[in-house]
Design a protein around this ligand. Structure first.
Ligand SMILES: CC(C)(COP(=O)(O)OP(=O)(O)OC[C@H]1O[C@@H](n2cnc3c(N)ncnc32)[C@H](O)[C@@H]1OP(=O)(O)O)[C@@H](O)C(=O)NCCC(=O)NCCS
Length: 184
């Protein structure tokens, strides 16, 4: 099990099979807010969450998923995909409703991006969000990511396709986790 300390209240720790039930219960308790993440929204039982965890642990593609632990409780999830051939890595996150609005995701994402750049695993971090997913876009903007110009991609959600925006941060422009997550 790997752990990344974010600050004295927040730790990121790799997901384990024993997390299936508490994570499922967290998702299930506020399922409607996860419509932005079809892979989460689609999980409808502890068994399905278990399978998802087993699959992601078996997948040796350099992607990484962590639970966000706040004050000892599972609060959400954050992770990144495998590096693309051009050095891009996509970062994604979610937080349960009772932990929303406290800066936990911004601080966690800052540390994760810092790790990605420090380790040389990525030359550019990307955050993709639904065009209308204001809270997700705000995380990228708070961290100083730039909105990428160009045609919008689409993603299929349960009730139809949505437009996606993409934010980008080059390793060479990254000011470090502390500066990036400083409240502006
Ligand atoms: C997107 C999502 C992860 C954002 O979570 P969040 O709690 O808004 O993000 P943060 O933890 O960074 O919190 C930011 C808020 O905390 C406040 N805050 C408090 N202390 C802070 C600190 N030290 N640093 C930064 N922000 C702080 C900010 O001002 C902001 O306040 P606001 O709610 O009034 O705008 C969350 O809404 C979510 O899980 N949504 C459903 C799943 C989803 O859409 N995931 C993204 C898919 S692309």
């Amino acid at each position: 099990m790997a752990e990344i300390r974010v600050d004295n209240k927040i730790t990121l720790r790799t997901i384990a099979p024993a997390d299936a039930r508490p994570v499922f219960e967290l998702i299930d308790s506020s399922r409607e807010r996860f419509h932005w993440i079809p892979t989460l929204a689609g999980i409808e039982s502890v068994e399905e969450e278990s399978l998802w965890i087993d699959d992601s642990l078996a997948n040796d593609d350099a992607s990484n998923g962590y639970l966000i632990i706040f004050g000892g409780q599972i609060a959400g999830g954050i992770g990144h995909g495998p590096p693309e051939p051009n050095g891009d890595v996509n970062v994604g996150y979610w937080i349960a409703s009772e932990f929303e609005g406290r800066g936990i995701v911004t601080r966690s994402a800052a540390i994760l991006v810092d790790r990605l750049f420090d380790s040389g695993a990525a030359t550019r971090a990307r955050i993709r969000a639904g065009k209308d997913n204001t809270r997700s876009r705000a995380v990228a903007e708070r961290l100083g990511f730039s909105l990428v110009d160009g045609p919008l991609e689409t993603m299929e959600l349960a009730n139809g396709p949505i437009e996606m925006v993409s934010y980008s941060m080059l390793a060479t422009d990254w000011p470090g986790a502390e500066k990036a997550a400083r409240r502006r």
